[in-house]
Design a protein. Structure first.
Length: 734
């Protein structure tokens, strides 16, 4: 007798008659899956497939990558430059020359009238590294504003800050292959199956082979927590307390790696003194994890041959996100788990090229992980670009999250947004609306003209998307990978690279700085500037990267000259004898007192508000909201609430409710589930005019990253469900 599927018709995949495949890298998340884009004999893009020989994804793609080819002719693309005097007027189509002339003259007018830093630039984690490098050269070398940042401040700034504080420079030290060697994995605020499905698949396959313990630390019973051996449902915002308590037990029971600490670190005394205050009994009262579990987990982690910590936004998006990263680095360092196969402290990055902007955009410094605060490094770049060193500021300017308040106070008058959507991504949407409305000049450069911020723009510059152009991106494990152009940009839109170069000519009349005309030319400059540095890419070229299906840095010109092939699998930073990026080569152990400054639930707003991602969507849905097969699985915003809390409030499954915070309100559909605690709710962050109407977004003092995951709301039942459904629909644009 036949059972189940055998009795059904097999799934048939339509033959799309693909005649050619072009190599690329997925343009959504930072996993960095290698992908091929297929065209049919009519030269139409009709499909995508994972690349079997690529180490990252080995032929697999998630639901976003599988339908990525549908981006090119999706609705809402901007196909011509637009301008208007006032935002209450209709846009008029214009030529590229007029749009760029006007943009340049407005930047100059504002800078002359109010000062060089009164014009700000906020970019993205989505464009290619050569484009980031060119934007940095234009901004730092010609425009000269110091208020220049990327939207990566919303996702990875705490990881960057934490790596710099512990190791001296940014740069995740581990790789995906570490899953295949580790004896214990702790995942902090990281829901891999939904956020990074292919990294999850790598981890799951490794666990099936070697069955290492998986410990998940998350207030919510995420998909990853459901698969964990141990789930620590920590109280929101208290991860530093748990980290200190784990270190307390490790020191108390003598489980630390004394030899590693002595040879590679400094600061052990102060760290010991601080964690001595966090005995498990005391810590339990703050972080909610009982003392026996804290002791068990500390022993499991410290006694494992090798152990790794991974984390995502649950750590980063917090008022002490940078401290949380340093805490994980501390845990790794005191147990000797850095630079070893299976022993690492690995941030799982958010956007596809958040790493590229960290490395080469000059947002928080100068290209190649150079610091504005370092005179030698300023001089080096000034000489390379052919400008005066004195043109550079001597320290970093505002982060994105400080730029918006500075518009509010009138310090900043003009803004250029590049492929970023603060109307949906920033906390406190009502405040961001008012802020954008105050600008004397807003230029938006984006692939989508229906992106929410365009409503406030004076000029719109239509940009090409993903494989309508060419360049590289760097993924979570430092792998530089190639995107080849498969089709022409839609309408009159141009690659970001060309837009930056053409705008640069408006600031470069004396031809002070030479801008390479092609992405390959910009890559050559980056190669040159990388020589001898932590992120050395001097052995790489576009051709070799494509041939190798991505190369992890460092890969030097000496390795290339010696005939050393780029490694296929894992590669690590700070292998022993470790030389960290401080002058003395030692990593810093940093004590982390817990400061409880989050907004907390109270009688008026009794629920913790948590936000996060869904597997079908990417960030603000500018792209996936228009791809049918992504959007149809998650078409509307919803809220996870526990059945017990819902019963007390008289709320039914799949009914609409109003969530209210001190900032605003949002209408969502209630989904009853035991994934959240009785005093907590979860709302996906992808939807416009939704969860970020509620969030406060207090800033981390080191990274300036907002706390999106710790806020307080109340929930109101809505009697008129039809009106609520209409309101829900009207508040979302698509
Ligand atoms: Fe793209 Fe990330 Fe999905 Fe891979 S896991 S296909 S990189 S969205």
């Amino acid at each position: 007798m036949l059972f189940g599927r055998k009795q059904k018709n097999p799934i048939k995949i339509a033959d799309k008659k693909i005649t050619s495949w072009t190599y690329a890298t997925c343009g959504y998340c930072s996993t960095g899956c290698a992908i091929e884009i297929g065209k049919n004999e009519n030269d139409e893009v009709v499909g995508t497939r994972g690349v079997g020989g690529a180490d990252v994804n080995r032929g697999k793609l998630c639901v976003k990558g599988i339908f990525e080819h549908e981006l090119f002719d999706a609705a809402g693309r901007g196909d011509t430059p637009l301008m208007r005097e006032q935002t209450n007027q209709d846009f008029k189509k214009t030529s590229w020359d007029d749009a760029l002339d006007h943009t340049a003259s407005e930047i100059k007018r504002i800078q002359e009238k109010y000062g060089r830093d009164s014009f700000a630039i906020v970019s993205t984690g989505q464009i290619f590294t050569e484009e980031f490098y060119t934007l940095g050269k234009l901004t730092r070398g010609l425009i000269g504003t110091n208020n220049y940042d990327g939207n990566t401040t919303l996702c990875m700034a705490s990881a960057v800050s934490g790596y710099k504080r512990s190791f001296g420079l940014d740069g995740p030290p581990g790789c995906y292959e570490d899953f295949s060697h580790t004896d214990c994995l702790m995942a902090w605020g990281s829901n891999l199956p939904e956020q990074h499905p292919i990294i999850y698949w790598r981890m799951k396959e490794a666990k099936e082979q070697r069955d290492f313990p998986l410990i998940v630390i998350d207030p919510r019973v995420t998909m990853l927590a459901q698969f964990a051996d141990i789930h620590l449902a920590v109280n929101p915002g208290t991860d530093v307390v748990l980290q200190n308590a784990l270190m307390h037990v490790i020191f108390d029971e003598g489980l630390e790696d004394k030899a590693y600490i002595k040879a590679n670190t400094k600061g052990i005394k102060a760290l010991r003194e601080e964690v001595a205050k966090y005995d498990p009994t005391t810590a339990y009262k703050i972080c909610g994890i009982d003392e026996d579990t804290i002791r068990n987990v500390a022993r499991l982690y410290a006694n494992a041959g090798t152990a790794m910590n991974i984390w995502t936004m649950g750590i980063n998006q917090s008022t002490h996100g940078s401290d949380g990263v340093v805490g994980l680095n501390n845990l790794s360092l005191i147990t000797g788990n850095i630079g070893k196969p299976g022993g690492t402290s690995l941030s799982i990055t958010g956007q596809c090229n958040a790493m590229g902007t960290r490395e080469w955009s000059s947002c928080s410094g100068l290209p190649g992980y150079r610091y504005l605060e370092n005179a030698d490094e300023r001089q080096e770049i000034a000489d390379f670009w052919g400008i005066e060193e004195s043109f550079f500021p001597k320290k970093r300017g505002m982060a994105q999250t400080d730029i918006f308040p500075a518009i509010e106070t009138g310090e900043i008058k003009g803004l250029w947004l590049v492929a970023t959507n603060p109307m949906t991504s920033m906390a406190n949407t009502p405040r961001i609306r008012k802020i954008l409305d105050k600008l004397e000049f807003l230029v938006v450069q984006d692939a989508y003209v229906d992106m929410e911020c365009v409503e406030y723009a004076h000029t719109f510059l239509p940009a090409a998307v993903w494989a309508e152009k060419e360049g590289v991106m760097t993924n979570t494990e430092r792998r530089v990978n190639m995107i080849r152009k498969v089709t022409e940009p839609v309408g009159e839109s141009k690659s970001d690279f060309d837009i930056f170069n053409e705008l640069a000519t408006r600031f470069n009349s004396e031809k002070k700085i030479v801008f390479p005309e092609t992405p390959a030319g910009a890559f050559e400059e980056m190669r040159e500037l990388s020589k001898g540095r932590l992120l050395d890419i001097s052995g790489m070229s576009h051709e070799l990267i494509e041939k190798s299906r991505g190369i992890q840095w460092p890969y030097t010109e000496e390795q290339l000259a010696n005939g050393e092939a780029p490694p296929k699998g894992g590669k690590r930073l700070y292998t022993e004898p470790a030389t960290f990026s401080f002058a003395d080569g030692l990593a810093k152990l940093i004590p982390l007192p817990f400061i409880d400054n989050n907004e907390r639930p109270d009688a008026a707003f009794p629920f913790w508000l948590n936000s996060g991602r869904l597997v079908e969507h990417f960030h603000t849905r500018t792209r996936t909201g228009k791809v049918g097969n992504n959007n149809k699985y998650s078409p509307i915003p919803f809220m996870e609430i526990s059945p017990d809390a819902a019963k007390e409030l008289g709320i039914e499954h799949q009914s609409y409710v109003r969530c209210v915070s001190r900032r605003g309100d949002a209408v969502v559909m209630a989904m009853l589930t035991h994934r959240v605690a009785k005093d907590a709710v979860f709302i996906p962050f992808h939807f416009f005019d939704c969860v970020n109407r509620l969030t406060l977004g207090l800033l981390d003092p080191h990274s300036r990253q907002p706390a999106f995951k710790q806020g307080a709301i109340r929930i109101e039942k809505i009697e008129d469900q039809e009106a609520a459904a209409r309101m829900n629909k009207e508040m979302r644009t698509y």
